[in-house]
Design a protein around this ligand. Structure first.
Ligand code: AMP
Length: 373
């Protein structure tokens, strides 16, 4: 057990690292952040921030030696340097989990090999037959880069021959995955935690509404049948166990109109759709991450209140500083800002969560507050 007073290292200094650092410092841990860009959101609330490239093995090794456990909040940390620091300290989750999840080809292959339901897909090697892969799946389908994709970056929907040509230009020389388009009824996600001794807890399933491929609203409880919620929870638990997770993982899923759940993506860290847990659950996903990586007993994930989380993107700054007074004046809303200096369109700057007696009431209030920002 890594007890309070010890040092947690976080690779990546974004908002997930920041909220992890806040939870960890509250619990009495020391936190160090490793992030290439100076003045990062997590560094502002940690005991120490180290700025160096992830490929700088000397800097990364020195960092690892000072930490009792190291975790990652950023999915694109290269797995090579991670393998090296795993020799120096406890790395949780294991580097192999990140290696599987950070590459769509490996991730989809892992799902297939483990019999986890997913959309049919074809892998395309660099310079490979993208058009052939699209043809074999049929229109519409979605072509995605195998690595470094998130929030819909590096993906294109293919509906026509013209789209095939555009995809060929976009993915020239890159490894890609083509998958069948899933005409989903809704998207849901589960945040699951697993400790080293195999204890598992899942947070209540969130229903997610994306706008321009970026998460916009998470609604909890998800407006799905008990069977869909149970399927999603069961899949998340199976994945956490079979992949050997020690930590927290977000599992994103599509729900088909008939109620079948397909897994879309795995993220071996806390997840944007789990931010509602900070205000609405007995334990937050960030405290749960600390507990899981430090070998403490896992916390109670019970939902205390229905909730809706809304992301605040840089777009909200278009007409100047957003009107925070509207959110702050609403007793049922909680505002979280990540301390990012520059507001760019699509950049996640913060979020707010609205609590209510039921999800529909929370959603109506959340939409109203978002409009008035
Ligand atoms: P991803 O980057 O794979 O998480 O995709 C981002 C979003 O694009 C998803 O949350 C979906 O809204 C949409 N999307 C991705 N893949 C598919 C698919 N095969 N079928 C339908 N929608 C998709």
């Amino acid at each position: 057990m890594i007890l309070p007073g010890k040092t947690i290292g976080v690779l990546g200094g974004g908002q997930l690292g920041r909220m992890l650092a806040q939870a960890a410092t509250r619990m009495g841990y020391r936190v160090q952040v490793f992030e290439p860009q100076p003045h990062c959101p997590a560094g502002a609330v940690a005991h120490r921030e180290v700025n160096a490239a992830y490929e700088d093995v000397a800097a990364l090794s020195a960092f690892a030696r000072e930490c009792d456990v190291v975790t990652y909040e950023f999915e694109n940390v290269p797995s090579g340097p991670l393998k090296q620091i795993a020799e120096l300290t406890q790395l949780r989750p294991h580097w192999s989990v990140l290696e599987t999840a950070q590459n769509r080809s490996r991730e989809k292959r892992w799902l297939r090999e483990h019999g986890i339901p997913h959309a049919p897909f074809v892998e395309v090697a660099p310079g490979g037959d993208l058009a052939g892969a699209i043809k074999s799946l049929g229109f519409p389908c979605v072509a995605k880069t195998a690595s470094f994709g998130y929030d819909g970056k590096g993906q294109v929907k293919v509906r026509t021959e013209a789209d095939v040509m555009a995809a060929q230009v976009m993915f020239r020389g890159l490894p890609a995955v083509v998958e069948q388009f899933v005409p989903f009824a809704c998207e849901v996600s589960a945040v699951v935690a697993r400790s080293g001794d195999g204890e598992i807890r899942v947070f209540p399933i969130a229903e997610n509404i994306h706008t321009n491929h970026i998460l916009d609203f998470s609604i909890v409880p998800a407006r799905v049948s008990a069977d869909v919620a149970a399927q999603t929870e069961a899949l998340a638990c199976r994945i956490a166990t079979e992949i050997g997770l020690v930590g927290v993982m977000g599992v994103e899923c599509f729900v088909k109109p008939g109620g079948e759940v397909l897994v879309n993506e795995l993220a071996p860290r806390t997840h944007n759709s789990g931010h509602y847990t900070m205000d609405a659950c007995a334990t937050s996903q960030f405290e749960q991450q600390v507990r899981a990586i430090c070998g403490l007993p896992l916390g109670d994930p019970t939902l205390i209140s229905p909730a809706v989380m809304v992301n605040i993107l840089g777009d909200a700054w278009e007409g100047g500083e957003p009107n925070w007074g509207k959110i702050l004046a609403e007793p049922s809303a909680r505002l979280h800002l990540y301390g990012k200096a520059e507001a760019r369109p699509g950049r996640k700057m913060g979020h707010f969560t609205v609590l209510a007696t039921d999800a529909e009431t929370a959603l109506a209030k959340a939409r109203e507050l978002k409009e008035r920002l």
